[in-house]
Design a protein. Structure first.
Length: 176
């Protein structure tokens, strides 16, 4: 079991907001992943329920990433290689945050390089990942704020996400 983070300040404290106009013409403020400012919990903590929410949300992120990595036809007009780059980028953004919230050392990865994804579907994928990752980080933070012990399910998804980085790197021809 991982150590409890109860009473510790979260390492991700500042907030960076991005304003954009949504499909209805309304201005929307989004929080940039990696700089989320977490609110203090006001409700009672149910670690079992919070663990289920965290596992479900992070499992959804993981499932989408696996599906894209192993889809040999690519998503939309993106090639499998372009999908792998989008997945790899999302993992590079998410896994260090996931590690911090679990009280683990920040992992290091090979550099991302300068590959440019040119397919139009990549913007849709990136937006989908940003929303999924933000939801996962917030669920993990709720779990963390309550001082809940990391469960086997959460730790397994963390480990599998780290392995997925290796798979993405291998599929892109990067050695580590």
């Amino acid at each position: 079991m991982a150590q409890s983070n109860k009473g510790q300040k979260l390492p991700i404290q500042s907030s960076e907001h991005i304003r954009h106009v949504d499909g209805n013409g309304d201005e929307v403020q989004k929080t940039k992943l990696g700089t989320l400012a977490f609110a203090q919990r006001k409700e009672a903590c149910d670690c079992e329920a919070l663990s289920f929410e965290a596992v479900t949300t992070t499992g959804t992120v993981y499932g989408v990433q696996v599906e894209l990595l192993y889809n040999t036809k690519g998503h939309g007009d993106c090639s499998q290689k372009e999908d792998a780059h989008v997945v790899r980028h999302s993992l590079y953004e998410f896994v260090p945050i996931f590690a911090k919230l679990l009280g683990k050392p920040t992992p290091s990865f090979p550099p991302e390089g300068s590959f440019h994804v040119n397919c139009s579907s990549s913007a849709e994928l990136s937006e989908q990942f940003e929303q999924l990752l933000e939801a996962a980080v917030l669920r993990l933070d709720n779990f963390n704020q309550c001082g809940c012990e990391s469960t086997e399910g959460i730790l397994r998804i963390y480990d599998e996400s780290r392995r997925l980085i290796d798979i993405a790197n291998q599929s892109l021809g990067f050695d580590h």
